[in-house]
Write a protein that binds this ligand. Sequence first.
Ligand code: PMP
Length: 404
Amino acid sequence: MKDAAPNMDFKRADRIANITFSQIAQISEAAAQMRAQGQDVLALATGEPDFATPAHVCDAATAAMAAGQTRYTPTAGTPALRDAVAERAGVDRDNVLISTGAKQVLSNLFLASLDPGDEVICPTPCWTSYPDIIRFAGGVVREICCGADQGYKITAAQLEAAITPRTRWVLLNSPSNPTGAMYSQSEIQALGAVLRRHPHVWIASDEIYQHIAYATFTSVRDALPDLVGRTVVINGVSKAYSMTGWRIGWAVGPQAAILAMRDVQGQSTSGACSIAQAAACAALLGNQALLAERAAIFRNRRDRVVSAINATPLLSCTVPDGAFYVFASCQATLGRVTPTGDRIETDVDFCRFVLADQGLALVPGSAFSLQDHFRLSYACSDADLTDGMARLRRATEKLIPPAA
Ligand code: PMP
């Protein structure tokens, strides 16, 4: 037996005491393990487009390597990619920072701006990583529950009530992971009216699903032009161009914020991968028709999933406006009993049962801070979607009411 790395006591820093390994990653890994053991598992759990990275993007990466673009890049990103992003956003290069995925943009942002006790208003349900990134950076998460009755969106009144002298940011995500909810121009403007009264609060707007939208998408920067001086937009190529593995994201914002984030990045990962930046440039400057083509495919799948879920007894969902997730209620399954006699008490129990009974991996809503729900990703083939809907129905139909 190998014993090169005996497991001594490892003291985790207090800073990460409340940080968990991503629940989504846990589920994906559990599903992969079941599959490795020969089980028939279908994972509709991850937030990753099933399309291939476009060929012209891969070609640009190959060309970059052949041209020797294999060295360190400037910390803030290659001039070519910063300019491509700046051009799209209608800003200067100095307003753009390139990072290793939008996830790093978020961690740069909060590490660069939060002092211990500073608060970030986080409408929930929200992407699982937000609360942990904020806590890791020393901040306090102010979760504001935004249920289906309000379209999973924060209202102006809720925002007003959540602001304290310690509030540093309100973190918006439109279209949203996990709900697909998207803020209209007038909804953003209503939030802007509140923020105008509180000049110490800045806006972090995660717009990574911008191009996967089934209604008109409005950027916070466009809806609130007078607040761009305290707005940082987070975006990237992962979702729009099926480039999750290339790890390129960016921030667009005031130069002082960009420089602070650059300084954090400079002492962690430095400039993002040179080859991936060349590829991202090709994505931004190349054929954009694929964005609408892919959004149309996603829309079609959304419609199929929404009708299948609403036709399944005990399950229901609203119609998402963007991203590639359906966030559905499993509340009516709670209290029911599985064929092996286990009682479904929570959304986690429901997802565990569906995985065990039908090999279908979903993510419980509590991972996104809203219980009694689950998230289903339809970034998968049509065949898998048909299969997934059938598995979901078969599992749910097996749940029986408790004996009276
Ligand atoms: N923001 C949201 C809302 C996301 O869903 C994700 C990916 N799951 C990210 C950011 C991170 O994207 P990236 O791959 O660019 O790090």
